[in-house]
Write a protein of this length. Sequence first.
Length: 203
Amino acid sequence: MTADPLLADPGSADPAGYKLKAGSPARGAGQVTTGSGGKDYFGSPTPVACRPDIGAHQVSAFDDAACSGGTNLVANPGFETGVSPWAPSGAVAADTANPHGGGSSLRVSGTPSTAEQKITVAPDTTYTLSGWGRVDAYDTQLAVGVENFGGSETRIPAFSAFGWRTGSITFARGATNTSATLYCYTRTGKGGGWCDDLKVVKQ
């Protein structure tokens, strides 16, 4: 790309001078990569499945779940049919009060309550995990992640807001494993956590 990137103040000693102005051709023109760290230079979230902005500043809005596309490998991802086939431990139940989407979400109450689901994945393949979460107490964090896939356990940054928030991560399958364990659990605190609309798709 050789067009003017429309930086705020190119040549400035202030890093803010390298933010992208409206109309910049660098917006949404980057390459999708894995292991980027999840934030830009200024601490703003960066996309996992969507094309990022080029440069140190992520200003464009993005929806990783929409960009992922593909077939969702998660069974009952919105908990519309109850908890099954998720394996619950502790105080776990489908909840019809204030779901993110549809008519239900999953509530995991108190630490450590969890629900897990084993999904089938292909060796040597990269996947995107995305979902929505919220909590109802300031001391509580909700974790959504994946383990037992032939790599180190990885999870979406913890949900700690009272309103619904979304997040996503990528994970790369090992050379031999053909399954992975998806989980939603309250990792800290005495309050409740909710997860909803979980999605795992092949990149």
